[in-house]
Ligand binder design. Sequence first.
Ligand code: HEC
Length: 444
Amino acid sequence: MHWRIALGCLVIIPVYLSASDPSFSREIQPILQKNCAGCHQPAAKSSGLDLTNYAGLSTGGKHGPAFAAGAPTDSLVIRYMTGEMKPSMPLGGSILPAHDIDTIRDWIKSGAKDDSPVEVTSTEPSTYHQAPVITALRFSPDGKFLAVGGNREILLHNADGSGIVKRLPGKAERILSIAFSADGTLLVAGGGTPSRFGEIQFWNPREGKLLRTAEVTSDTVFGASLSPDGKKVAVGCTDNTVRAFDTANAKELYKISSHENWVLATVFGTDSKRFVSVGRDRAAKLVDANAGQFLENVNQMRGELSAVARHPKKDVIVIGGEDRIPYIYMLDRPRNIKVGEELTLIRKLDPEDGAIFALDWSPDGKWIAVAGASPSVGIYDADSGAKLTACRGHSAGIYAVSFSPDGTRLATGGFDGQVRLYRTKDCVLEKAFVPVPIITGGTQ
Ligand code: HEC
């Protein structure tokens, strides 16, 4: 079990190289992460090879180290990527653009140095020179607080935006999802540091105490949700798995590999016995949360999906993504259906102006908020499906929306770094604020 000091937070100390040499962390790792990590990562090491970090490359796979410092022509990564050794990599894909291969070749030629950042624990809170992009926010169930994801921390604000109550510093560089238990005693946050690690944090928000954490895969985790009984957390991963954790001890209960691409959001059914996961493979999949088994596909696939939310009291969900349309589905099929039938679809709402990134269903059941690439949030009547109004004011994409527990307020955040608080019924903007303390007059 990993207990971290409540005020601990991490600072990255970079190792500098001569200007002309390609950097492992800035150039090589992103190429490998994008093209190779799907099959060469800790959870799925094809041929024994992990290409997500420097140690994995130098240890190598079945045929030994993946590179020979100074000698690109003797290096296995190069020999497989150029097709000199078969099967050529990426397996089943086309050979990478010449400049990508050249960059890796130059890095090996210049000595294959490791400039991966070293993590050092520090008690200093994060400092900000500008407002960071907001990727997660949520009201506490008692309506008193608004938790907002910052850089390596969660900021607990008064719900009316009047000030910061507590700062909760953690290891993950980004927080991508925040969930509260029904009684408000537990806050779960999912996120991580891209291409490095995913993390689930379990907090006692009232005391500002980090209870436990789980490290998950070598990339950020998405769409963490809590079961209504508070016992399990589900998260989506970039290795195409969806995983569940026990909130009592942060242990992984199981992982399911039913998706074919990144899994971006999850939500539990009302009875905590099932959950739905959605992802880039366009599927919404229903899972038996106790057995850890895939049950069935909920939707008919259209565009990539990035968000899901559930009605507060019914097993009805709204999903959305690339094709801009929020779809309302029931989790349970009225009867067995044939291929091509879609009996679970209750309603298609009007399309938004851009791809959908975030959804919330008000805790009183009345409204659905839909946000994404367009800078306004659509508010829909959940019963009739009619679009009632749109909340404007953001200057760019919106990544997080949350209704207050009584449904009368909506908080939003996104690319422009401002939290906005709207009155739900008419979208009057009541407050806009930057959720982090900004240091002004600095040189950087
Ligand atoms: C779709 C899955 C997949 C992808 C994507 C992929 N690989 Fe592979 N890789 C494999 C498999 C499977 C093997 C074993 C092949 C064999 O020996 O038949 C392998 C073997 C290798 C080996 C040999 C390792 C050893 O020591 O045996 C290297 C090096 C390698 N891959 C590099 C890469 C690089 C670099 C990329 C990205 C540009 C990449 N791979 C992308 C599946 C993949």
